[in-house]
Ligand binder design. Structure first.
Ligand code: HEC
Length: 128
C-alpha cells in the first residue's frame, strides 16, 4: 500500500512538473512571420549562402550588371560590396530617410532578411 502511494505521488509530481516545462518553439526560436522560417543570424553570415539568395530574389532583376536601374549594378561580389560599403544597400532596404526604398514597387524585405544583410555588412562584407 505504501509503495502504491509513493508511486502515485511520484507520478503526480512528474506530471505537474512536466506541464511546467517551457519549451514553446516560437518563444525559443522567433520565427519570421511572413514565411514561418526560423530567423537564424547566429554565427557568420555567408555572402554566397545567405545574402545572395535574398538579393537574387529581390534586387538582381532590376539591378543587373548589364541593365542597372538607377545606375546601381548588383549581382557580383564586387558590385554588391560597393553599395554595401557606401551605405546605400542598407539605407534602401531599411527604408532609411534619404534613400529610395527598395525593392522598388515590392514588399519590404522581412526583418530577418534585413538583419541578415546588416550582419554581413557589419562583419565587413566578407566574400564567404
Ligand atoms: C522593380 C525594379 C527594382 C527592384 C526590384 C529593385 N530596384 Fe533598386 N532601383 C530601381 C530603380 C528604377 C532605381 C532608380 C530610381 C530610384 O532611386 O528610385 C533604383 C535605385 C536603387 C538604389 C539607389 C538608391 C539611392 O537612394 O541612391 C539602390 C541602392 C537600390 N536601388 C538597391 C536595391 C536593392 C538592394 C534592391 C533589392 C532589395 C532593389 N534595389 C530592388 C529599381 C529596382
Amino acid at each position: 500500500m505504501k509503495k502504491i502511494i509513493i508511486a502515485i505521488v511520484a507520478i503526480v509530481f512528474v506530471i505537474t512538473f512536466y506541464a511546467c516545462y517551457y519549451d514553446k518553439k516560437d518563444v525559443l526560436y522567433p520565427t519570421n512571420t511572413s514565411t514561418g522560417a526560423v530567423c537564424d543570424t547566429s554565427g557568420t553570415v555567408s555572402y554566397s549562402q545567405k545574402v545572395v539568395p535574398i538579393l537574387q530574389q529581390a534586387c538582381y532583376g532590376c539591378h543587373s550588371v548589364n541593365s542597372p536601374s538607377g545606375n546601381i549594378a548588383m549581382s557580383t561580389y564586387a558590385t554588391d560590396k560597393v553599395i554595401a560599403q557606401n551605405g546605400k544597400l542598407y539605407g534602401s532596404i531599411a527604408y532609411l530617410s534619404g534613400f529610395s526604398a527598395m525593392p522598388k514597387g515590392g514588399n519590404k524585405l522581412t526583418d530577418c532578411q534585413i538583419a541578415t544583410i546588416k550582419k554581413w555588412i557589419d562583419a565587413g562584407m566578407p566574400n564567404n
